[in-house]
Each structure stands twice: as C-alpha cells, then as structure tokens.
Design a protein around this ligand. Structure first.
Ligand code: UD1
Ligand code: UDP
Length: 365
C-alpha cells in the first residue's frame, strides 16, 4: 500500500485539496494522510468542517500578523519530524502558498517525491503576485509530478524544460468542489438583504496590495456605491487585521456595504451565484466565476489565470482608484458589455480532476 500525504494550510488550498482527500480516502490502494500547517486557522477550519476532513497532523503555526519569515521558519521546524515518522511515498502540495513552498522544500531536503496540484500557473513576474509567483516556480523546480489544470499551464511547464511524461492535464479540483456546492434553493439573510439591488461581491487580501493599493481599491468601490443607489456590496472580509482596518476606514458609514465574516465555501459559492458582478484580487475566484457566468473585475496588474480573460469573463483593472471606478461604472451602465462578460464558460475541466489525479498516482507510484 502506498502512503500519500497531502499537506495544506490556507483556505484556498483546503477548498481545492479536500475533494482530492475524499477521492483518495475511497481508494483502498492508498494510505491517505492529511497534514495541515494551520497557516490559516479559522478560515481553514471552516473548510475542513464543510468537507468533513480530519487531519492526522496540525502544525498550528498561525500567529496574528505573521510575516513570511514566521510562516517559513515554523513550518520547516515542525514538519521535519512528521516526515521522519511517516516516510510517505509521495507528498502532494497545492498551488503557490508559503505552505506549499516550505513543504516542498522540506520534502526536497529528505528526497521525498512531490506531486504539485495546480502546477504551471505563471505571471513570469516574481513580485506579482508576491510571494506566490516565486512559490509556484520554486515548487515546480523540485516536483516529480505536475498536475496542470489546463493546456496553457502545461505549456508553461514544457517551456521551462519540465519532462512531458511528468505532466498531466487534469482540470482544476476547484470545479470538483463547485459541482457540489451551488444550490438552486439557497437562502441566506444577506442575500435576502441584497434582493431588489444589484449585488457586487467583493474580496480582497493580496499581500502586494496591502497599504496604498488597497486604499485605492476600496475608495473606488465606495465612490461607486455612494453614486449608485441600486448597488449593494457584500464583502466577506479576509481575517488579516491590516485588511480589516482598511475596510473599516473606507467603507464605514455606508449602509449599502455589508462587511461580514468570511463565509464557508458553500455559502460563498452561492453568494457568487447570486451576485451581479464580482470585484476581487483573489486567485481562486478567477477560476470559479467563469463557470458561474459572473463578470469579474480583477483588481491586479497581472494574472496567472489568462484562461478566464480569454473566455471573456475576467478583466484586469489594476489597483488605481480612477481606473477601477471607471471599469465598474462601465460594467454597471453598459448592458452589452455586461452581457458579453456574463456567459458561463469553464476552462478548468470536467469536475473530475481529483479522480484523474488519484488514477495517475495509482498508475505511477
Ligand atoms: C495566504 C497566502 C496567499 C493566499 C491567501 C488566501 C502565502 C504567503 N500567502 O495569504 O497565497 O492567496 O492565504 O487567503 O502563503 N488570519 C487569521 N485567521 C485566518 C487566516 C488569516 O486571523 O484564518 C490573519 C492572521 O493575522 C495572519 C494574517 O491573516 O497572520 C495573514 O495570513 P497569511 O496566511 O500569512 O497571509 P494571507 O494574506 O492570508
Ligand atoms: N472563499 C470562501 N469564503 C469567503 C471568500 C472566499 O470560501 O468568504 C473561497 C472562494 O470561493 C475561493 C477561495 O476561497 O475558492 C479563494 O480564497 P482566497 O481569496 O482567500 O485565496 P486565493 O484564491 O487568492 O489564493
């Protein structure tokens, strides 16, 4: 029996790794072990509860206002003895977080093979997103198996000289998750509150946007809401205190902006489905929104997810206040533009990525 260890620590990793955990748990050929770093605490636990996943190990590393040094040092120090005790045949990591990078580094030090789920995304700008572009490139440097979500991500890996036989295009496991969460009879008090208005769903958290860029983003949104009486905004706030302080400062006193606690993934996907448009600097939301046919203005200068831009659902609008204000206003007033962006296309596979990854592991290990 092969021992497969999955390691993750933040909300988006959990959303995309839990479907794979559930799939591997059904395969008697594997002993499946889950280790969470606890890089996120509340936002991770919310997702584990939703998927009913119970980690064997929890490194519990989160500290308030943690730095990249804190996260890196604490995972590296605590993970060594788990690897020594378990000696997995393969460790699976996801995406581009510090959890993914440091886990892969520890595995490299112990010469344990790494499988990279969501491999091959690139902006080719090491500072954007920061530090994620470095993390994903570094993980791919030392991975044995690449589970690329799309042909474009496979091409990125091939152009860096990764071996074709190590790359598998599987789709993105986020579609596996999305297929189970959106409900036709969904009800929630916040959605009830938004009825009769156009609902703008907002998320924002990127490290490189903390400070002035986030102030510009939030100021643009505040202006739009102040000037457009039929628009309401719901912002499930990230738990980073720096983000929350900025949101309170910019949105306070505007009744048509609701700042709420992070939603669990079932609620969030249904909020996306009920929204008129989405404003975000998130990565994962750029993958989910095209499948739901919701226009997204991405408040970043670069994206590693060009598939949604090509499909017409996403538009990059940067972090300048006036540019964001103009783009949101245009989308709210130009019905043809709105219709052109609001069609459902899903570039991220058929919702069976977890199954394909499990099959590949079975064949390859
Ligand atoms: C991390 C990832 C980022 C990912 C994001 C998803 C890195 C370097 N960054 O960024 O790639 O896009 O998660 O959300 O890996 N906090 C809580 N409770 C939580 C979660 C966070 O209180 O459940 C607060 C803590 O004060 C923590 C801070 O948020 O110190 C920042 O968390 P951290 O994981 O370091 O960075 P994120 O910006 O969340
Ligand atoms: N999400 C969630 N609750 C929220 C906001 C987002 O479950 O209140 C989900 C969302 O559907 C997506 C993921 O979290 O799957 C995105 O996470 P985040 O924006 O924190 O990180 P990123 O994708 O930018 O790394």
């Amino acid at each position: 029996m092969k021992k497969v260890m999955l390691v993750f620590g933040t909300r988006p990793e959990a959303i995309k790794m839990c479907p794979l955990v559930l799939e591997l748990n059904q395969r008697p050929e594997f002993e499946t072990i889950v280790c969470v770093t606890g890089q996120h605490r509340q936002m991770l636990d919310q997702i584990l509860t939703c998927f009913d996943v119970h980690p064997k190990y929890d490194l519990c590393i989160m500290k308030e206002n943690q730095t990249l040094f804190d996260v890196t040092i604490n995972i590296l120090a605590k993970f060594k003895e788990i690897l020594e005790a378990e000696k997995p045949d393969i460790v699976l990591v996801h995406g581009d977080t510090s959890t993914a990078f440091v886990t892969a580094l520890a595995c490299f030090y112990m010469q344990i093979p790494i499988g990279h789920v969501e491999a091959g995304l690139r902006t080719h700008n090491i500072y954007s997103p920061y530090p994620e572009e470095f993390n994903r490139q570094a993980v791919d440097l030392i991975s044995r198996f690449y589970f690329a979500p799309t042909d474009m991500s496979m091409q990125n890996l091939l152009s860096e000289g990764k071996k074709r036989e190590h790359i598998f295009v599987t789709g993105n496991t986020v579609i596996d998750a999305l297929n189970t969460t959106v409900l036709s009879d969904y009800v929630h008090p916040e959605i009830k509150w938004s009825q009769g208005s156009r609902l703008v769903l907002l998320t924002a958290h990127r490290r490189e946007n903390l400070g002035e860029p986030m102030h510009e983003m939030f100021s643009a949104i505040r202006r739009v809401v102040d000037e457009t009486p039929d628009v309401k905004v719901i912002y499930p706030m990230h738990m980073n205190p720096v983000v929350r302080d900025m949101a309170m400062q910019c949105f306070g006193g505007q009744d048509r902006i609701h700042m709420i606690e992070p939603l669990d993934v079932i609620d969030f996907h249904n909020f996306m489905s009920a929204s008129h448009l989405i404003l975000t600097d998130s990565g994962g939301i750029q993958e989910e929104a095209p499948a739901l046919g919701k226009p997204v203005l991405v408040m970043r200068d670069t994206t590693e997810r060009p598939e949604g831009v090509i499909a017409g659902t996403l538009r990059l609008v940067g972090t300048n206040e006036q540019t964001i204000y103009d783009a949101v206003t245009e989308l709210l007033t130009d019905q043809d533009l709105y219709n052109a962006m609001a069609h459902a296309t899903n570039p991220y596979g058929d919702g069976k990525a977890s199954k394909y990854i499990a099959d590949i592991l079975l064949a390859e290990l």
